[in-house]
Design a protein around this ligand. Structure first.
Ligand code: H2B
Length: 95
């Protein structure tokens, strides 16, 4: 079982991951992305998929044409962990 983020670690999130918002009713964070078209959205998803495999940490996500909505949480921790923070950072670095 992985450790959930501490209160001190949670307090840092708005500054360290300003594009990610808390999800109502869940211990999770979310970010929406908009691209020029489906091709760009899918290219982004392919790059995120490779990151996710490398980190052994996988997004909950959906895609509608040029939109990609990503939710991160750690099922093994039943909430947010440093794995979510690390994947969010890596995703932010792609865009
Ligand atoms: N991704 C996410 N988001 N949460 C997890 O708890 C998780 C994962 N666990 N990817 C990993 C895979 C685990 O289930 C496998 C067995 O490594």
């Amino acid at each position: 079982m992985l450790a959930k983020l501490t209160e001190a670690e949670r307090a840092e999130l708005p500054a360290s991951l300003p594009h990610w918002q808390p999800v109502a009713g869940r211990d999770a964070i979310a970010r929406g992305f908009r691209f020029r078209d489906f091709s760009e959205a899918w290219g982004f998803m392919a790059r995120v998929a490779l990151l996710a495999e490398k980190q052994d940490h996988h997004p909950e996500w959906s895609n509608v044409w040029n939109r990609v909505d990503i939710v991160l949480t750690t099922h093994d921790a039943k909430g947010l962990s440093q794995r979510d923070v690390a994947l969010a950072r890596a995703i932010d670095a792609l865009v």
